[in-house]
Design a protein around this ligand. Structure first.
Ligand SMILES: C[S@@+](CC[C@H](N)C(=O)[O-])C[C@H]1O[C@@H](n2cnc3c(N)ncnc32)[C@H](O)[C@@H]1O
Length: 301
């Protein structure tokens, strides 16, 4: 764990590659669908806490060779290389941000771990160009670890106990369980306009990415989970469940918040910020309606 961070997992741990890979498999399709309509070709992007760099590489393909993507992480060993991506070992909690301005800044599953998240948010707004976008995505609670099919009562109890213990471990070290929801208001308070929130969750079978993520985390945090009340036998039972294709669980809810730094002046806002037609069409501060995300909520300011 780093100063100013409650991130309990570690990119140097043997499970890290699997954890980051599962996150990419679980979330990239959704995150990319959010980003695709609003990231400009030839733009400058900042990907924070980039993990294995899967989103940074997508951004790089999107902005193309005249664009620029800076991907940061406090531990960069799993960051995939790409000619358009500049990799930076960087601790967001304590270090200066890379020099802006950026057209887009994205932080997924990061700020909830950093107690100084409101100060960081203000700094992130500061490196956006006028009209630029901040996208913050975080896991929030999705019930108590719902089991949809496949195991008996004992299995359900073990799975739900694991979900509760995992939340306890994170909360003990300062993870903010409410940040996934609170980020919307925080982004408005930080001066962003047109803040828009969409949530996403889906079911996962035993052996699929959503369950293998839980398996890898339960292995890495075994001692901490035992420290908050789980017993070794339950964790062994959990491991069997998570690889059993008969099991189906409901995954965590990802909250995706997107807001724009207002244009500096009225005159500036009249000029399209990018050559992207779809983005130009949103120059009133609203967002493209994205098929498949009916929960979208937009606050016009
Ligand atoms: C849960 S992973 C998410 C990775 C990636 N954003 C994703 O969603 O797939 C959190 C990442 O943030 C990084 N991280 C943790 N604390 C950080 C800090 N203070 N500054 C920068 N990165 C940090 C971790 O090393 C890890 O790669």
């Amino acid at each position: 764990m780093f100063a100013g961070s409650s991130y309990v997992l570690d990119n140097d741990a043997p499970t890290a590659r699997q954890i980051l890979g599962c996150l990419s498999l679980m979330l990239d399709e959704f995150s990319i669908a959010r980003l695709a309509p609003v990231v400009p070709v030839s733009g400058r992007c900042l990907e924070l806490g980039a993990g294995n760099g899967s989103v940074a590489c997508w951004l790089a393909e999107r902005v193309g060779r005249y664009g620029d993507v800076v991907a940061t992480d406090v531990k960069t060993r799993h960051l995939r290389r790409h000619p358009v991506v500049t990799m930076l070992r960087h601790d967001l909690a304590v270090e200066e941000l890379p020099v802006g301005p950026f057209d887009e800044v994205h932080a997924r599953l990061l700020l909830a771990h950093l107690p100084s998240r409101l100060d960081i948010l203000a700094r992130l707004v500061g490196v956006l160009r006028p009209g630029g976008l901040l996208v913050v995505e975080e896991f929030g609670y999705a019930g108590r670890g719902e089991v949809l099919a496949g195991v008996g009562r004992a299995g359900v109890e073990v799975y739900q106990e694991f979900q509760q213990a995992l939340a306890d471990v994170h909360v003990q070290v300062g993870w903010d369980a409410d940040w996934a929801v609170d980020a919307h208001a925080a982004m408005r308070s930080a001066g962003l306009s047109g803040v828009d929130t969409v949530t996403h969750a889906r079911s996962w079978r035993g052996g699929s990415a959503g369950c293998l993520l839980s398996l890898a985390i339960s292995r890495e945090l075994r001692q901490q989970l035992i420290g908050v009340g789980m017993v070794a036998g339950e964790l062994d039972h959990l491991a069997d469940l998570l690889t059993d294709p008969a099991l189906v669980v409901m995954g965590d809810l990802l909250w995706s918040h997107l807001g724009r730094r207002p244009e500096a002046t009225q005159e500036a806002s009249a000029v399209p910020a990018t050559s992207d037609r779809r983005e130009r069409d949103q120059s009133d501060g609203g967002w493209p309606v994205q098929a498949g995300y009916p929960g979208s909520r937009t606050d016009q300011q």
